[in-house]
Design a protein around this ligand. Structure first.
Ligand SMILES: Cc1cc2nc3c(=O)[nH]c(=O)nc-3n(C[C@H](O)[C@H](O)[C@H](O)COP(=O)(O)OP(=O)(O)OC[C@H]3O[C@@H](n4cnc5c(N)ncnc54)[C@H](O)[C@@H]3O)c2cc1C
Length: 532
């Protein structure tokens, strides 16, 4: 018997496993569907970040055919390994905009405004630049400057500046707007996932048990009380009981799926699927938001792209000096911009990749080049996740409804136009051979809109499917307790009421840090009546 069962050892789950087991009187069990990471090079060498895609370490989800994207079904990689998606992500360390968290607070979530959550970002962080008003030092998560930024990336930043986008030395400081190199979750030139940062140092604790290859199939209830989980390991069906709480950290796809499989969700949908209803929560799986991004590829005639990262020189640099292009997080530089006047915060984020990358890096590149990846970060479209089957081995239905809201398309159109202006700046022109995608035949705004529909893909940030709040569609309350039941919380990217403006790993780690504090401090809990 344990006090806490944590389902999913990803970005959030590893944080909780560490923080809850720090008190030796708490017995903690972490169940992870994937395997261990073992500091394997496939995860730890930054530039090889797409290598786990479509392997056993990837859930490799697929969305429904997207009506507004020429009926394409999009591939969604998600980490299936200790560290979860933090073991396969691009390591960009971004917190989002102050406005994002103040919006969460104003939606009825006291304690989640920016000034409330900043201490948790800092608690998590060891920023190699040192402690400051904005940054922490001494936390488990190592945040570093890129060791060997690619010359193309530096040219990209020059282009941004010549177009009037101001330099920003710290996207997580006073201002988010501007252009700069991203800081990365790396240590000594290698990936610092939450498995590395939080779980590895806690693995030897006698009060923490970690089981891998142990997918959880449902939460067990006695009445409305969550008492444990059913899971599989070594081909056997097993059960584990929790004396205090079950905490779901399966991520924005799997946490709602698991709750639906357990009878917590919209009663109509559950009955349709033949699942007994434990609690009727109409918002379960709703409110899905993701960052849609569109790649624009230029082929170069000067300089070698990141494709050469595995050349002997860079291998030597990496293994002898912990430097060189193998330390690249691929999306090295970027910018946050506002595509029209009157906005309170950026609606577009740039990612710049010093290589011509297609199909998530899974297709043979057309040659040396670079890729602009303008990304929508102020998302108006909303989607949902629902059951396809009651068999937990079947992926759920994922319907992001990309570009359902017209304004989302207009932001990406502006991003395409801005990318072309950047490519035309003096800093990048000498490198250009030709624009490869969209290509010279795509000129008018209407043609560019069509290009977006034909080529846009996920930037891997699904969120919001178990949203925190106090309205009828919220799934968890501001203490992250699942409404209408007891002994059950969700702690992962799914609780975001609105997806933040930026990459979602650091915010998810912050959520878990704060959740650990809420759980351990046992602070007076908001009653269901008060949160209804
Ligand atoms: C390819 C890619 C690139 C990205 N790049 C960046 C980036 O550069 N910067 C950034 O900030 N963010 C990035 N992200 C997003 C970020 O990594 C995620 O938002 C974050 O990791 C989500 O954390 P989570 O805890 O919600 O879920 P996850 O980290 O995905 O963890 C969920 C865990 O639960 C496990 N699990 C699921 N279901 C079950 C079950 N039934 N039983 C047991 N275990 C289960 C999974 O295997 C996984 O380990 C990227 C994501 C991807 C996929």
């Amino acid at each position: 018997m344990q006090d806490y069962i944590i389902v999913g050892g990803g970005s959030a789950g590893c944080v909780l496993a560490n923080r809850l087991s720090a008190d030796p009187s708490n017995r903690v069990l972490l169940l992870e569907a994937g395997g261990p990471d073992y500091r394997n090079d496939i995860f730890s060498i930054p530039a090889s970040y797409s290598r786990p895609f479509r392997t056993a370490h990837d859930w490799a989800f697929q969305t429904e055919a997207q009506k507004h994207l020429h009926n394409r079904a999009l591939y969604w990689p998600r980490g299936k390994v200790l560290g979860g998606s933090s073991s396969i992500n691009a390591m960009i360390y971004i917190r989002g905009n102050r406005l994002d968290y103040d919006t969460w607070r104003d939606l009825g979530n006291p304690g989640w405004g920016f000034d409330d959550v900043l201490p948790y970002f800092k608690k998590a962080e060891h920023n190699e630049r040192g402690e400051s008003a904005h940054h922490g030092a001494g936390g488990p998560l190592n945040v570093a400057d890129l060791r060997s930024p690619h010359p193309y990336t530096l040219r990209f930043l020059e282009s941004c500046r010549s177009l009037g986008i101001p330099a920003n030395e710290d996207f997580n400081g006073t201002e988010q707007d501007g252009c700069g190199l991203y800081q990365v979750t790396q240590k000594d030139g290698r990936r610092c996932s939450t498995a590395v940062a939080y779980l590895a140092p806690a693995m030897d604790r006698p009060n923490l048990a970690v089981k891998t290859h142990a997918p959880v199939s449902r939460v067990l209830f006695e009445g409305q009380q969550a008492i444990g989980v059913a899971y599989r390991q070594c081909g056997e069906e097993r059960e584990a009981r929790a004396e205090a709480e079950v905490i779901l950290c399966g991520g924005a796809v799997s946490s709602p799926q698991l709750l639906l499989l357990s009878g917590v969700g919209p009663a109509g949908h559950l009955r349709e699927q033949g699942v007994d209803v434990v609690a009727d929560l109409p918002g379960m799986g709703e409110n899905l938001q993701d960052h849609l991004a569109v790649p624009l590829l230029t082929l170069t005639r000067k300089g070698a792209s990141l494709l050469q990262a595995e050349r002997p020189w860079h291998l030597l640099q990496f293994y002898l000096r912990k430097r060189g292009w193998l330390t690249s997080n691929v999306g090295e530089g970027g910018a946050f911009v506002r595509t029209r006047p009157g906005l309170d915060a950026p609606d577009l984020q740039f990612h710049f990749v010093p290589a011509a990358v297609e199909d998530h890096g899974l297709s043979e590149p057309a040659g040396h080049g670079y890729t602009f990846v303008p990304t929508l970060v102020s998302v108006a479209s909303r989607g949902w996740i629902g059951l396809r089957s009651t068999n937990p081995d079947w992926a759920p239905r994922i319907e992001p409804n990309y570009l359902e809201a017209d304004e989302d398309l207009e932001v990406l159109l502006a991003g395409c136009e801005l990318s072309r202006q950047l490519a035309d700046q003096a800093a990048l022109v000498p490198y250009r051979d030709r624009e490869y995608l969209p290509g010279p035949e795509v000129r008018t705004p209407e043609q560019l809109r069509d290009y977006v529909r034909a080529h846009a893909g996920t930037l891997y940030h699904p969120a919001g499917t178990c949203k925190m709040g106090v309205d009828d569609l919220s799934v968890v309350d501001p203490q992250l307790r699942v409404r209408e039941v007891d002994g059950l919380r969700v702690v992962d990217a799914s609780i975001m009421p609105t997806v933040i403006r930026g990459n979602t790993n650091a915010p998810t780690i912050m959520i878990a840090e704060k959740a650990a504090d809420i759980i351990l401090s046992g602070r007076p809990q908001v009653t269901k009546a008060a949160s209804a």
